[in-house]
Design a protein around this ligand. Sequence first.
Ligand code: AMP
Ligand code: ZN
Length: 471
Amino acid sequence: MELRFYNTFTRRIEPFQPEVAGQARMYHCGPTVYQRPHIGNYRAFLFADLLRRVLEANGYEVTQVMNITDVGHLVADADEGEDKLQKQAEKERLDPWELVDRVCAQFFGDLEALQVLPAHHYPRATEHIPEMVEMVRSLIEKGNAYRVGDNVYFDVHSFPPYGELSGNKVEELEAGARLEVNLEKRHPADFALWKSDPDHLMKWDTEFGPHGFPGWHIECSAMSMKYLGESFDVHTGGEDNVFPHHECEIAQSECATGRPFVKLWMHTRFLKVDGGKMSKSLGNVWSLDDLAARGFSALDFRFLVLRAHYRGSVNFTWEALKGSAEARQSLVDLRGRLEAEARGAAAADDEVVERARGDFAAALADDLNTSAALAAVFELRNAFLKEGLAAAAAAAALAFLLDEVDAQLGVFETAAGAGALDDAQVEALIAARAEARSGKDFARADAIREELQAAGIVLEDRADGLHWHRA
Ligand code: AMP
Ligand code: ZN
């Protein structure tokens, strides 16, 4: 089925045409790990997971990268001001690296609870400083960036398409910026690639000076291109990432390589809480723990997000979450009733099931229309409750529910799902995989690798043998 997605760049829904047929290389802006990500962040990460699942269900081989921003993201996404990580570390009187480790553990735990499939790479900014330095150097050499003391800025006038993604005009940006002019910059709209600050806690001694750290935008350019190549297929984020973050990424990446950076830009709309922005002062910056404390599972939240289209608005309220938990439970009940009804019968074609299957796939192929896809599932449920289904049709409906609905929406709790494997089970599976490989049963070996991957186990083939760790 042809997949069609809305491209923020062209402002149109377009057929999905990756650079290499059958493959999809995507990068998602990940969390800034200064505090446990909130449910708004998870809307963005669930959207990325949905996209991956739908691509895979349609036969694409997906490579998915999500970065971890552990330095350089300044408050208010600005060029001046405090680093979010440093500010929080100082507030908690903690070493920033400890803070990063704590938040990363919370983040990966949350992803597991949400049944987000592990991405193939989770690069950390602090582990890619040489790649960033090299990119900044090449931008200076090409005349797109300039040094002022130990700071380096990108010259937006050197890249005429600057502003095309967000619809901003450089002159208007500059007029708006007049009040906060940084006299170091040649133009007010220029942005920092590298910053110097002797008081910064996380800093590197490089060719630009002894106390430097990267700007947030250069991090995502350097890390995405390292893992996906100079041109790749999809880049996602929340709507706030369009400007300045993604606009700046395009400018610096295309100037550095001379090639188009990303074909398809996709952004999810912000999650609202109680009709507005989440804010600390309102006390409504909820985490998954807050949801659990009120008796809701992470999957109930996942369901709430998926009930709406990713570009549509979602307003989180406790009432809405309760409604989503009930709707999700009704699918869990449906699954149980179908299992009872199917009684081991072989699945056979059934008109009602086929219609649901077709409508479901078509809805997701149409710019990930999850609300329409779920409507197709609930129509099947209503038909079943009203008319019943013969055993063979119930078996077909059950297969649809598990192999298509759950595979793409991930709404059922998987017993063998993420995190359910203990160390001994992991070792046993790894041994079984090695055995399958030596017996040239590659299909079985691949299936085991996928099972491990789905459980968040990362395998690493190193010179001294195979190592594994939890993502
Ligand atoms: P940050 O941790 O601020 O770097 O944000 C991580 C990701 O979460 C980014 O892609 C943001 O666009 C996204 N994000 C932040 N707040 C929300 C929200 N309320 N709704 C949806 N996405 C969000
Ligand atoms: Zn980013």
